[in-house]
Design a protein around this ligand. Structure first.
Ligand SMILES: *Cc1c(COP(=O)(O)O)cnc(C)c1O
Length: 212
């Protein structure tokens, strides 16, 4: 991680009022602390156990974002402190988050993950499921839906990625949410052009990951 790259990204994002989530999965406490010392406070993680360890060891004013696929039986471990869950992809999961939030006397902010990529392996809701879950969410008092999240296809073809971002922005515009979480290291510039309000950047900040 170099301070120069961080500053460059921060400046790019500031112009458009886009929030940077530094994706720190697999990265060490030291790597995270170095970015923290430059002023970064929003960090994203994919694995519950790793996130809990980092939460315990690192400064308490970090805002932790959960961005990976979340299993229902693990919600309880992150419910006491999680700042925003980006990856809600089903009503049963939402129900569990609501239950655990209530136990912790909190309201947990969530994004709904929408399926926009061509790859079968990706998670997310289709438009119909999205509208159903938004309706259903009104019965839950301890969660707040703040917006949508999506991941574009891993493709060198820029037109495919751009089309997927446009599609997600279109869906986003049908609702009245403040947060659209889209864009990663390889495609964040395009995501911003297409209306993202929150980007999730890992390898560009921290260097390539050796696993995951
Ligand atoms: C790992 C990950 C990222 C960051 O990916 P980079 O290509 O390293 O920027 C963003 N979003 C999600 C959901 C991820 O799992």
């Amino acid at each position: 991680m170099t301070a120069d790259i961080y500053q460059k990204i921060i400046n790019e994002l500031k112009e458009r009022q886009v929030t940077l989530i530094a994706v720190s999965k697999t990265k060490s406490f030291e790597d995270i602390k170095a970015l923290y010392d430059l002023g970064q406070r929003d960090f994203g993680e994919n694995y519950v156990q790793e996130l809990v360890e980092k939460y315990e060891q690192l400064p308490k004013d970090i805002r932790w974002h959960f961005i990976g696929h979340l299993q229902r039986n693990k919600v309880k471990y992150i419910a006491p402190f999680i700042y925003l869950i980006h990856s809600v992809d089903g009503e049963q999961l939402l129900k569990e988050i609501d239950k655990q939030a209530e136990k912790n006397n909190r309201i947990i902010d969530c994004l709904l993950q929408v399926y926009i990529a061509k790859e079968e392996t990706k998670f997310g809701l289709d438009e119909n499921e999205l509208s159903l879950i938004i309706n259903a969410s009104q019965q839950f008092n301890n969660i707040r839906i703040r917006g949508l999240m999506g991941m574009a296809s891993f493709s060198d073809d820029e037109s495919i990625v751009r089309k997927e971002f446009k599609q997600l922005k279109n869906i986003f515009d049908q609702y009245n949410f403040p947060i659209l979480s889209m864009g990663m290291s390889s495609d964040y510039k395009m995501a911003i052009e297409e209306g993202s309000t929150m980007v999730r950047i890992g390898s560009l900040l921290f260097g390539k990951r050796t696993s995951n």
